[in-house]
Ligand binder design. Structure first.
Ligand code: AMP
Ligand code: ZN
Length: 476
């Protein structure tokens, strides 16, 4: 029985989907004004493990991850997030590109990062800019229902109109009164009201017509509008990092429940932060690494993935290079073990048979059933490795048993999502030749030829991943 910690009830609850056998997940996605840092990737990996385990458990999952290409605002520590300079606008100025170019570039970079991390692609990545009409419609409903008001072309959510405000974060209006830091806006009725629509100054680069003004939406409304558009009024699970609990997710609940009158999400899962030297990794503090930094230091994204899996998503994790080295060593141990088993299984060598104890799948499941306890699940894998290595050295395992252990591992790995590069010898020479020629073509920026060669490789049953001045080939 799967139990998940629900931020809403502040307890572990048995997971039950709304529709039998199906699960809807909404994951707050990136603001595409810069590269994702590895703290963000921890959040997306945590959501990926959730999805993988639900699929492993037999559910059909539909996951939506939004792309924020409107931009929310740089004052990300300011609780209401509706003042300050727009992140997209800042990037436009920095890179001298159009907002669309910025968004496209960083959306592609985000997909590449997720692919490199072996994060399963969400079923859809709706863009905020393509859903302005849905947001406007929802804002209109909120005004009609008395949850929002317009002043001077700006529209705000009236937090006093929603009796459950604070139910997710504990930031009820009474609690908020005490010593909270916030930005005033002259048109707000109450300091904790938040923006649904803001009138744009004439030179604001992203603006749309609306019944209230030419302007742009607040950050929170996009997730409410898009999750309802693609997953219906009530979700099974909403995920995000702990900093999104307030104000973002509290605001999403107020908007969605205010508009539909129904519960917005049954489960709220929040990962805790990735830290560096005890501090939250964040863009604004400048203490962050992106995936390229990790690769440039000679690590594989799978080392980072194993580093993430080695701590529970609901505990803070401290990033350091020695910790990543440790994850690398563990990854190599798993990879070598897997290779060895594959070789024995193929050769059919080892003869003497002896019953192997349960290869640990029940313990593995029990660990994940307990709020996705990946470190515990991994420890069962490490036990399996130690045990099989011992028995192999004693020549006590048959090829058949080894095959069974391998199958168990591949099953577990559907959830861990570790990707192993095929051994060089297993990539046919003709494929390697095309890959080398393709690298040369890419170097000459002959992308048409390089695309043709990629297709050729794919036709032969392999896939190729581009890395900086390198590539990786694996069997499809
Ligand atoms: P943002 O682009 O700021 O909206 O962040 C994208 C996702 O990463 C959100 O779910 C955040 O909560 C999450 N996040 C941001 N910083 C960290 C961090 N240091 N550790 C873990 N998750 C984070
Ligand atoms: Zn969101």
């Amino acid at each position: 029985m799967l139990k998940l910690y629900n931020t809403l009830s502040k307890s572990k609850e048995e997971f039950k989907p709304i529709h039998k056998g199906k699960v809807s997940i909404y994951t707050c996605g990136p603001t595409v004004y810069d590269f994702a840092h590895i703290g963000n990737l921890r959040a997306y990996t945590a959501a990926d493990v959730l999805r993988r385990y639900l699929e492993y458990s037999g559910y059909e999952v539909r996951q939506i991850k939004n792309i924020t290409d409107v931009g929310h605002l740089t004052a990300d520590d300011i609780a209401q997030a509706d003042t300050g300079e727009d992140k997209m606008v800042k990037a436009v100025r920095r890179e001298k590109k159009t907002p669309e170019e910025i968004a496209n570039f960083y959306t592609e970079a985000f997909h590449r990062d997720e692919d490199a991390m072996n994060i399963l692609r969400s079923h859809f990545f709706p863009k905020a800019t393509a859903h302005i009409p849905q947001m406007i419609k929802m804002i209109q409903t909120l005004i009609e229902k008395g949850h929002a008001y317009e002043k001077n072309g700006n529209v705000f959510y009236d937090v006093t109109s929603f009796k459950d405000y604070g139910k997710l974060s504990g930031n009820t209006l009474d609690n908020l009164k005490v010593g909270a830091r916030l930005e005033e806006h002259p048109d707000k009725l109450h300091p904790w009201d938040f923006a649904l629509w803001l009138k744009a100054p004439a030179d604001h680069i992203l603006q749309w017509d609306s019944p209230w003004s030419r302007g742009y939406p607040g950050w929170h409304i996009e997730c409410s509008a898009m999750s309802i558009e693609y997953l219906g009024d009530t979700l099974d699970i909403h995920t995000g990092g702990e900093d999104h609990i307030f104000p973002h997710h509290e605001a999403e609940i107020a908007q969605s429940e205010g508009a539909t009158g129904k519960k917005f999400s049954n489960f709220w899962l929040h990962n805790r932060f990735l830290l560096v030297n005890g501090e939250k990794m964040s863009k604004s503090k400048g203490n962050f690494y992106i995936l390229k930094d990790i690769i440039d230091k000679g690590f594989d994204p799978m080392h980072l993935r194993l580093f993430y899996l080695s701590s529970h998503y609901r505990k803070q994790a401290d990033f350091s290079w020695p910790a990543l080295e440790q994850a690398k060593a563990n990854f190599e141990r798993i990879a070598e073990w897997r290779n060895k088993l594959q070789e024995i299984a193929k050769s059919g060598d080892s003869i003497s048979t002896m019953e192997i104890e349960s290869p640990g799948i029940a313990e593995f499941q029990a660990a994940l059933d307990d709020d996705l306890n990946t470190p515990l699940a991994l420890s069962h894998l490490y036990e399996l490795i130690t045990e099989t290595n011992k028995r192999i050295s004693e020549n006590k395992l048959s090829a058949e048993e080894i095959k069974e252990i391998l199958a168990t591992f591949e099953k577990m790995n559907k959830v861990f999502g570790l990707r192993f590069s095929e051994k060089e010898t297993e990539i046919p020479k003709e494929i390697k030749k095309i890959a080398e020629d393709r690298l040369t073509a890419r170097g000459k920026k002959d992308f048409q030829k390089s695309d043709e060669m990629r297709k050729e490789i794919e036709k032969m049953g392999f896939e190729i991943e581009d890395l900086d001045e390198k590539y990786k080939i694996r069997r499809k």
